[in-house]
Design a protein around this ligand. Structure first.
Ligand code: FES
Length: 210
């Protein structure tokens, strides 16, 4: 069972920022371009009954565009959908699939709920961390390519252990399957590495495969 550290109440006495959405203006992060903003404005027409129903698909667009949800982009979404910024922030912080901090170009969500735990999710997570070379969940590799985190049930318990990468689920995971997947994703050219270093502005939208 994973605990989202963002949801742990703070005492107000910590040093340093405790809530990235209350950062000073000069640290609000990247903004959406006009094209994406227009897409956001169109969403309420497709997701009835209105703007509130469009928040999650809008945040999905932001994350695909910028790599994570910056405070500036959240403000833009609230304005584009004519919603209270607090409501948009509440949705963004409630779901662990939305990121408030940068993640790797390839971010892996490994289910660690009961069925997956019984099928070896712990071993998968440890193997994945070791293979990509990070010590902590949420840590991004030096080249910006990989990061991972444990998440709640991904809704495919009968195929446990399960992991999500992009819009695709990977089933019946084993360390060997993890290695094969990583081998196909590892940066192997100068251009790949440069693209990773330039994230998050260079994040590319990948076609949905599921
Ligand atoms: S418990 Fe892992 S997918 Fe449901």
């Amino acid at each position: 069972m994973s605990i989202d550290p963002r949801k742990i109440p703070t005492t107000g006495q910590e040093t340093g920022p405790t809530n990235p959405y209350h950062e000073p203006l000069d640290r609000q992060g990247a903004k959406l371009d006009e094209h994406t903003l227009n897409e956001v404005r169109e969403l309420p027409k497709r997701f009835q009954p209105g703007s509130r129903s469009a928040v999650m698909p809008a945040l999905d667009l932001v994350q695909e565009e910028l790599g994570y949800l910056t405070p500036a982009a959240l403000s833009q979404v609230a304005e584009a959908l004519q919603l209270d910024p607090g409501y948009v922030e509440g949705v963004a912080t409630f779901y662990t699939l939305f990121h408030l901090q940068p993640v790797g170009k390839h971010h892996f969500y490994v289910c660690d709920n009961l069925s997956c735990q019984l099928a070896g999710a712990e071993e998968i997570l440890e193997h994945l961390k070791h293979s990509i070379g990070v010590r902590e969940y949420g840590e991004v590799t030096g080249d910006g390519f990989f990061s991972c985190e444990p998440v709640e049930c991904l809704g495919a318990c009968e195929y446990a252990p399960v992991m999500r990468h992009g819009h695709r689920l990977h089933y019946d995971l084993t360390p060997v399957k993890i290695d094969e997947l990583l081998a196909g994703l590892r940066p192997n050219s100068f251009l790949d590495r440069r693209e990773a270093v330039e994230r998050p502005r260079t994040a590319r939208r990948e076609p949905r495969t599921t």
